[in-house]
Design a protein around this ligand. Sequence first.
Ligand code: SF4
Ligand code: SF4
Length: 425
Amino acid sequence: MVKQIIFIVILLATLGIFSYTLLRLRRIFKLTRSWHPINYPERLKRLFIIGIGQSRILRKPLVGFMHALVFWGFMVITIGSMEMVIDGITGLERSFQRLGGFYTLIIFTGDIFAWLILILIAAFIARRLWLAIPRFKGVEMKKRSKTDAYLALSIILLLMISLIGINISYNQATNEEFAYLFPLSGALSFLIPVESAYVLHEIFWWMHILLIFIFANMLPYSKHFHVFTSLPNVFLSRLEPLGKMDHMPEIEKEVRLMLDPGAVVESTDAAPARFGVKDTTDLTWKSYLDSLTCTECGRCTAVCPANQTGKLLSPRKIVMDVRARMNEIVALPFHQAQEANSKSLLRDWITEEELWACTTCNACARECPVNINQPSIILSMRRYLVMEESAVPNSLATMLSNIENNGAPWQYPASERESWMNNIN
Ligand code: SF4
Ligand code: SF4
């Protein structure tokens, strides 16, 4: 009973902190622009193929499979964690056992996954420490990113050690009655004396559940928030072909009338406060969700032709800057956060040089394992520069004025478009 009370108090404190974080996030999302997802069947398909199937990450067979194993393992182990919470509240022991064969399957595979994840996470830490992987470097990869990565990997390592400890000590405390549940840990029961098995089980149990509670409250404040957001982000990701530019309903009427003065157009709402994106609050909530989901893996930057040819642009930095700028806004008093302040995403975080370096090849969006759309942020910011500030590189200014005046990127009017044929015999 005492254990139950202590557990419930800690659980309530954990949920309290987590609820505060969710309310804070709700407030932040309200600062962004609206966006409405459509076509749910297609989204579900993507969720299963890219999200749960990890199809993108598996493009690199070895490292991809290692990452996918960790992801799938966590999905299985989470069911065991849910059982621990129920056990903690009710005071029961292994309350999911009544699920029969399904339970056996979950705990059996969970034990194998715990060992696999332990080994793989140790390998990931070693790789970060001793191998100079180019995609882990970049101007945007500050000390905080590295500390974040090591901290999360260390907590996962401890989670697996405590889970294995639970399995070994439980197996020993129950005189191997449930040895069939622990194919790997069961073989190590001899490491724990029978008389201390129960105490050790309690220690590992508390260690595991407290780590889960701490980790869950840390995640939203780190790059590992993707543990929660990656599946929703994949579900909500862009369905249109990557090369297709989003149209701007707010100027559609004017464009249609320009092309065809007799066109029948619906009256639109009042003009938007801003064309394109100058600051993070001009982005849609989906683009902000993208920034929260970025794992900082660097796969996008590694395939970016602009970055690889020495340009300033790094698509990972663009996404990270969106998140960092929003954190900066939220740190301000709320009334100031909603009003313009002296800084903005454009120029204070992302320079014009970075934006114009993009070739819009979409390689970054194609490579991202969590379906983030980096070019949409870049294009929206370019739109702001062009439409609100007329700030375009000289090389583009001529082309844009030709399109405006001649309906074509060249210097000649449409009526002279066929003149080049005059001298052909
Ligand atoms: S779309 Fe732009 S940012 Fe993305 S890979 Fe291509 S050049 Fe780089
Ligand atoms: S945007 Fe995607 S590919 Fe790029 S670092 Fe973030 S998660 Fe990785």
